[in-house]
Structure formats: C-alpha cells, structure tokens
Design a protein around this ligand. Structure first.
Ligand code: PLP
Length: 361
C-alpha cells in the first residue's frame, strides 16, 4: 500500500465533472444542469447585494433568520431545521454522522449519484436496489435492508429519471425498514410536483423518529450558485448534523438571499407556471423528433436516443454543442443512451428542438 492513500471508498469515487460551456465567447444555452431558467428571485438578489457590506464578518452560525423563515413557511419546528452549503453537503454530513466502515447504506438504481459519493466517502458499503422502468421499487428497497443498514436514501422525485412515487409508497417504505435505519428523503424537486398523491415528506418526519427530509434552494428558488440546502428531521439527527457541520457553513449573503427568496411568492409562482407550461411542451416535442421521453414531474426530462448504429448519443451531444446547446449525458447512471435535458426559456427550448430535428428528423 502507498504510504499516503485515501480510504478505499474514496478511491472508488469518480470525480464529478459537470459539462461546462466552453469559454469561447459564444452565448451557450446550458440545459445540462437543473437550474432555474428564470434566474434568481429579485428579492433574493436584493438581499444578497444588501449583505455585501457584511462579508468581513463570519456568518450567523445559528442560521436563525433563515431557519425561522423556513419554519414559518412550512409550519415546522424551527429547532429541528438545519441549513447547509447546498443539500449536497447535508447528504454528506448525515452519511458521515450515521454510517461508516462495516455499515450498509441503501439507495436506488437510478438514484441521484450524490448518494453514492457520500456513501463511499464515509467508508460504508452502498447497496443498490433495482428500479422498475425508471421508477423506485419500494419492495425491492425493503428487501435489501438488514441489521447493518444505517441509512436508506430516496430521491423523490428523482434526478435524473424525473419520476416520483406517491406518499403512500414512501410511508410503506418507512414502515418496511428496520427501526435502526434512517430514511433520508431527498425532496430537491418537491416544489415542481403538485400532484395530489405526492408529498415532500414533512408529515412523515412529523410522525416518525427515523426520517430526515432534505430540501434545496438551488432549483425553484434559483440560488444554485449560493449553495443553500436544509433538512428537517428528528432532534437527534439534526443535533448530530449540527455537531459535525462547519460552524459557518452557510455564507452570510447566502443566508440572506435564501431568507428573502422564501418571501418571494411571485417568483416561485412564475417559475412553477413556466415549468408547468414548458415541461409538457418539451416532452411532446422531443417525442415528436423521435426521442423516448420518461414522464417527469421535475424541471428536466430524461430522454432516450433511438437505437441507431449510425447515430449514437455522442453524435447528438456533439451536434447540439455545434449549435451552442449543452445537455447532460447520464452514462454514469447506467443510461448510456439517454440524455437529461433541463427545461429552458421559451427560445432555448425551441432552439433545442429545432437542433434535434436537424439531426434526428
Ligand atoms: C436529487 C438531488 N439532490 C440533491 C442535489 C444537490 O443540490 P444542491 O447541493 O445544489 O442543493 C441535487 C442536484 O442536482 C439533486 O438533483
């Protein structure tokens, strides 16, 4: 063994390299990350600028204003809310706090890859339950749980599939897991899903002592660049996360902007309405040009490129890049013939479909 080497789990992690628009002076249409096409809330932007004069000071370690704003907005107990630098940090912190070498952590086949990264970094063993046609299979997850399972991750809705399972199924999953297993419900895209049978999981947190819900300001609120996420869970779980998080993990302008974003209902509604209009349009048009589109409740779609030996996924990606459009390959999810495409602004969506028609049509 080398003298200096990371833990075996860390070595297994393939560094995440998001597609980046080349710095070639062109104006790229970036549909490769699940960002808000309308930009940030104007109220958040104003609060961010307002906080600029305070950046010589450390942030409020207690995250009081932001936690109270979250608690008021969602009618939840402020003492059981914790904020982190993006929800990604919370996924890492909770894994580190509850799992380690010798433990197992459950996740699902096409589940958000941030889970696998956190599990490997912690030294725990990842156990992956099969899905059915891009949808989480609750029974398969329950079947893989055992006395060593410390955490079960569920992204609902999930990235990159865009699919969700009803609240009733989430309840079934919770009930089927051993009591020593923490169910971590990642509801990053909850704001986009207003189906009557869907829930972000708040009421499951309220009625159990082994469920943590995770949310983010990166999607609906358009604050991906500021890195703000939060969790709501049992006091013992929140305490453990607070014990290991950096005291100043959420920057002052980020706390201020996120607090203001929660009060900007107009921006939220505009974002929701935009997605409600363009998600079905994009799904329909992508099908029309020959892609198979999975039903999504998020701000993106998963689309399968038709099997054609003369035209692979890479050729489609390259063609779009030639037109200044970036989309996300998802081969690392075991989906080498699929692309994840985020809903853009009207003109961006139309340019995307026109570019795809050129190569597929
Ligand atoms: C399901 C899911 N969870 C968590 C995250 C992490 O988001 P952030 O760290 O920006 O809050 C993402 C980002 O794409 C996601 O898709």
């Amino acid at each position: 063994m080398d003298l200096l080497s990371p833990r075996p789990g860390v070595v297994q992690i393939k560094p995440y390299r998001p597609t980046r628009p080349p710095k070639d002076g062109r104006r790229w249409i970036d549909l490769s990350l699940t960002q808000n096409p309308l930009g940030p809330s104007p109220a958040a932007l104003a609060a961010y600028r307002n906080a600029a004069g305070q950046i010589h000071r450390y942030p409020d370690w207690s995250q009081d204003s932001l936690r109270h704003a979250i608690a008021r907005r969602y009618a939840i107990d402020v003492e059981r809310v914790v904020c982190t630098a993006g929800s990604e940090e919370l996924i890492h912190l909770v894994t580190q706090a509850f799992a380690g070498p010798g433990d197992e952590v459950l996740c699902h086949e096409r589940g958000y890859r941030g889970f696998l990264k956190a599990i490997r970094a912690s030294g725990a063993t990842a156990v992956v339950a099969a899905e059915r046609d891009m949808v989480v299979d609750v029974q398969a997850m329950i079947d893989r749980a055992n006395e060593r399972t410390r955490i079960c991750f569920l992204a609902n809705p999930n990235n990159p599939t865009g699919t969700y399972i009803p609240a009733e199924y989430v309840q079934r999953l919770r009930a089927g897991l051993p009591p020593h297993t923490l169910l971590v419900l990642d509801s990053a895209y909850a704001d986009y899903c207003r189906r009557p049978d869907y829930s972000d999981g708040t009421e499951i947190v309220e009625t159990s002592d082994n469920v943590l819900m995770i949310r983010t300001f990166s999607k609906m609120h358009g604050l991906a660049g500021l890195r703000v996420g939060w969790g709501y869970g049992p006091a013992a779980v929140v305490e453990a996360v607070n014990a290991i998080r950096g005291a100043f993990n959420v920057a002052t302008p980020a706390q201020a902007a996120a607090t203001a974003a929660l009060g900007d209902a107009e921006h939220e509604e505009a974002t929701y309405a935009h997605n409600a209009e363009w998600l079905p349009w994009l799904s329909r048009e992508l099908e029309r040009v020959g892609l198979r589109v999975y039903p999504s409740v998020c701000n993106f779609v998963l689309a399968r490129v038709p099997t054609d030996p003369s035209l692979g996924v890479q050729a489609v990606i390259d063609h779009l890049a030639g037109r200044g459009i970036l989309v996300k390959p998802v081969a690392d999810y075991g989906l080498p013939d699929c692309l994840r495409i985020t809903v853009g602004r009207e003109e961006e969506n139309k340019l995307l479909v026109a570019a795809l028609a050129e190569i597929l049509g």
